[in-house]
Design a protein around this ligand. Structure first.
Ligand SMILES: [Zn+2]
Length: 232
């Protein structure tokens, strides 16, 4: 099937044919091969690329690089899946893949760019937890039990404890903690931890203040400084 395009050598519209050729480019210091497309003028034989072809060639080179250097090896995929103690089928379904997709990836097929992104996200236990909550109805009871008792999944349980704290606070209290965290440039959990420590310290002060009645020689200032000493 022929197509007409402007040939800048012939300086007129000519019939062109599509050419696909293996090219090698260097990206970030590494060589990658990809299939570049261009047109060849059927009259003068010169080859040229349209702006769209330039874009798609660039994208093909990037994709080739990502597949070669930024993708998962089958071993890395097995390790990722095993950290959640999930079967190939269950893991794939949780990530929104088909039933057989993980199997083919673990046998060496290269994940698509979208699936690479999902696999990357699944490496973060909190992201995986979110995917799990969204898709757990797609997998069976046995798989759910296995996954929920896995090391990777259990890492996210720390969040659940913070969630409990979150839900036990009023919106004002949350706002106040968030502001303190933002002003101090630290995480919310850091402020919560400080509050807990602060409360314990106050209890300790009260305890020592009570003890002072029987130890009159110890002044409140000494008590305070001894507690500061503890906190250092
Ligand atoms: Zn030409």
């Amino acid at each position: 099937m022929s197509e007409k395009r402007m040939c800048f050598t012939c300086e007129t519209e000519r019939d062109v044919e599509l050419v696909e050729r293996k090219e090698t480019v260097t990206i970030k210091g590494k060589e990658v091969e990809f299939i570049a497309v261009s047109y060849r003028c059927t009259v003068c034989g010169d080859e040229f690329e349209t702006p769209e072809q330039l874009d798609s060639n660039l994208e093909a080179a990037r994709e080739a690089y990502a597949q070669r250097y930024e993708s998962f090896s089958p071993e890395a995929l097995v390790a990722l899946r095993s950290s959640y103690n999930a079967s190939q089928k269950a893991f794939g379904l949780l990530l929104g893949f088909g039933e057989l997709t993980m199997n083919s990836y673990e046998k060496g097929s290269v994940p698509t760019s979208t699936n690479r992104l999902l696999l990357n996200l699944a490496g973060d236990p909190y992201c995986f937890r979110r995917m799990y909550e969204l898709n757990k109805n797609r997998i069976g009871d046995t798989q759910r039990k296995r996954i929920e008792s896995s090391a990777g999944f259990r890492e996210t349980l720390h969040w659940e404890r913070m969630d409990a704290v979150y839900h036990n606070l009023t919106a004002d209290e949350r706002g106040s903690i968030e502001r303190r965290a933002s002003n101090a440039g630290v995480s919310v959990s850091c402020i919560v931890a400080n509050c807990v420590t602060e409360t314990l310290k106050q209890d300790y002060v009260k305890l020592l203040a009570g003890a002072r009645w029987s130890r009159m020689e110890e002044s409140p200032i000494q008590v305070e400084s001894s507690i500061r000493g503890l906190a250092v």
